[in-house]
Design a protein around this ligand. Sequence first.
Ligand code: GDD
Ligand code: GTP
Length: 418
Amino acid sequence: TYKAVILLGGPAKGTRFRPLSLDQPVPLMSIGGYPLIFHHVEACAAVPGMREIILIGYYPKDQLSQFVDECQRKFGIRMRYLQEFTPLGTAGGLYHFRDQIMLGDPAAFFVMNSDVCCDFSLADMLAKHRPGTYTVMCTEATRSQSVQYGCAVIRKGTDEIMHYVEKPATFVSTMINCGVYILSPSIFQYLKSAVKVHKDAHFTFDLSSQCNECVQMEQEVFQPLASRNCLFAYVTTRFWSQVKTAGAAIYANRHMLELYRTSHPDRLATAQSIPDGPKIIGNVYIHPTATVSPTAVLGPNVSVERFVTIGNGARVRESILLQGAVVRDHACVLFAVLGSSATIGEWTRVEGTPTDPNPNKPFAKIETKDLFNEKGQLNPSCTVIGSHVSVAPETIVRNSIVLRAQRVGSQLQKPNYP
Ligand code: GDD
Ligand code: GTP
């Protein structure tokens, strides 16, 4: 039997996702109409012999309980959220909860970063996994982008990882760590020694400092394990992307909708599936509770969440509309994420700039640029309208991040649009 662990991180993470991450944990960001980690759970639940899926993070429990309940019901699989009292790092959490993970003696367990979106193909990965070893999903990146990831030098033929460096200062390899692993139970002996080495190195008499608990899988376990004939790569050429920004969410959304064409065609809206519905172009997801005018035009690559309202003559393209968002008549939304209950006024135009990978460079990944460039200007990116923000009618909002409508007393003040 197998288990799976999804590393969620916590509220300190997801800064590049603000303001969307202020309302909701980043792992629950909607991609293709479902929370980002729903796709992880779905992939794990499909692995034969999967016993339990464990989520580890430092978000408050109540922020995940509904998600856990819904998934358990939908997939009929045991799921739990285990909360870290303080960030323990990508290895520290696994070690801390080792008894829970090993309960029931799984032959191996999957470990996944929550902030990736991909065509998991876990059954194939499992088929290539050698019992007793550790398998790391890898994919090719460009020379210049590879250094923003964990880099693995792989021996041709055996796929053994000979050398591993996490976010190297100079070029090491174009093969990068996808943040998806299959680990044999013997990993805990290495986690134990990594935790010990870490504690000895960071020992302090100051008991209030809990930082010495934060142990990283990549630097403190994979780096020393490389070339010891137990760390192997599973190289994927399928879709894979990190999801750390709203622009990356729009990019991942597009690919997830495309994957639905073969995996879940029923999730895509068509003229047949919504009679008297809007005009649909390309891949579009519309939650059954959304209200969309028949004269609206949606797509390609649009996800419409529950209780969204889209008015007459509205145009939405390459965008994610979160729960309860309202697009009033004749408004236009392009390359944008509308936060929950955001309202776009009549004839208003909300437009962003795509931050897609360079299509002319093979293996290019999405750039997770900082919000501002070195001159202090906002880098052009997709537009994000924060939750509950209302944009006035007949307004143009381009390449902007609108945080929040400010409430002063009980009066709702109109935000200043940049
Ligand atoms: N539970 C828990 N506790 N989860 C954590 C913690 C923690 O203290 N710290 C990070 N995580 C989770 C994050 O939420 C994320 O899903 C994952 O662990 C890795 O996050 P980071 O530590 O921020 O690393 P990264 O995303 O910059 O790089 C990692 O992923 C890349 C692929 O996306 C590394 O594994 C790279 O090697 C890899 O290339
Ligand atoms: P591409 O060549 O595919 O990029 O289309 P385009 O040249 O029309 O470019 P653009 O990205 O500006 O527009 C995308 C879609 O949105 C088009 O189909 C337009 O008809 C529609 N659109 C653009 N601006 C508005 C607008 O202000 N209101 C409405 N209702 N629709 C708009």
